[in-house]
Design a protein around this ligand. Structure first.
Ligand code: ZN
Length: 358
């Protein structure tokens, strides 16, 4: 099938693009009252950063630049890295287990690419960045009261965040062999402890007051905890900064309404004071599905597009690291015309834009 296009990009307005057609930064600044804004962006480091990830990072830097330009505030990047990746899965006595891999050879190679990108963007924008690992995030003193609150409402939260199994998807690897009960089926919650069950080594426990760094969560639970954690930091005088999250817009809408805001409200948090999420436009294939790194890695998808638009490794090899500057220029035009921020783009849009700049 050949698809014909006239190459003209339309921007019909509607919803947020209508509301924020000409300006978005003043609206954000009205609610960001502290002098330092940290823009949080993150990734699970399990492959070379794919094209959508590059857009999200560039958008974070451009947002920081725009906030600084239109106020006296300092803006910086807080890169939240999930350094553990799910390894091999196995089924033992009918239950699914996985081994969580800590940062090692392969992951470090990809991590170096992320750091190269952050260094490059910091150099050309003058915006600073810091990296925070999941274990550091989990170690923050604000995490334990959030976990405790969630445990107090465990039944409700589990039914919403895990409608299939009704389990609170908190995990911790067996200290002896690293096996993890993937669906948190055998967890028990007694006093200040969460008990986990290894099929080989039996029960082990984690004190959720003093050992929060040993805990891991599935994505929806992590998203809820992160949202409440950022909001706590933003509303506390103990911190001289506020956090604003940037993430892909596949997480916008129904997901956040159901998995974040309604649950935070149920837990007693003031949703009107919750932290911002700024959504980066999705990068889509010809059919309108988001470009997926796992499809590319596992199934060799996307043979129909120029390979440099797949991931950073290929982009750098084929077009050079300066391509990151091109991406930043494209994203800059979105902030000049903020209605361009509230929509998604196919990969063909970027192929066309790249021709303009290179
Ligand atoms: Zn074990």
């Amino acid at each position: 099938m050949n698809i014909k296009t006239d190459g003209i990009v339309h921007h019909p307005l509607g919803g947020a693009s209508y509301m924020f057609e000409k300006e978005i930064i003043p609206y954000l600044l009205k609610q960001l009252t502290k002098d330092h804004i940290k823009i949080s962006v993150g990734a699970q480091v399990n492959s070379s950063p794919h094209f959508g990830t590059l857009i999200t990072i560039a958008l974070s830097y451009e947002l920081a630049l725009q906030l600084e330009k239109k106020s006296n505030k300092k803006a910086s990047i807080l890169y939240e890295i999930i350094e553990t990746v799910p390894g091999e899965e196995s089924t033992i006595n009918g239950l699914k287990y996985q081994k969580i891999l800590e940062a090692s050879g392969e992951i470090n190679k990809y991590l170096d690419e992320y750091i190269e990108i952050l260094n490059h963007y910091s150099k050309i924008t003058g915006i600073e960045y810091e990296i925070r690992y999941q274990s550091e995030f989990n170690n923050s003193k604000e995490i334990y009261p959030i976990i405790k609150n969630i445990l107090n409402h465990r039944e409700f939260i589990s039914s919403r965040l895990d409608p299939k199994y009704n389990n609170l998807r908190v995990r911790s690897s067996c200290p002896k062999c690293g096996l993890t009960d993937k669906h948190s089926v055998k967890n028990e919650y007694i006093g200040d402890y969460i008990y986990f069950m290894c099929p080989v080594h039996g029960k082990y426990r984690v004190n959720f007051i003093t050992e929060t760094h040993k805990l891991e969560y599935n994505s929806p639970l992590r998203n809820l905890i992160r949202g409440i954690f950022y909001s706590t930091v933003n509303n506390s005088d103990d911190y001289d900064y506020q956090i604003l999250r940037v993430t892909g817009s596949d997480y916008a809408g129904f997901y956040q309404e159901e998995m974040r805001y309604k649950l935070a409200s149920h837990l007693g948090y003031d949703v009107s004071k919750m932290s911002f999420i700024f959504y980066a436009p999705l990068i889509m294939d010809w059919s309108g599905a988001k470009m997926s790194k796992s499809l590319y890695v596992k199934k060799g998808a996307y043979n129909d597009i120029p390979q440099e638009f797949i991931n950073y490794h290929l982009l750098k090899n084929i077009r050079g690291i300066e391509s990151l500057n091109t991406i930043l220029k494209i994203v800059e035009t979105w902030f000049e015309n903020p209605y361009m921020l509230f929509r998604n783009y196919t990969i063909y849009y970027f192929i066309k834009e790249f021709q303009k700049y290179e």
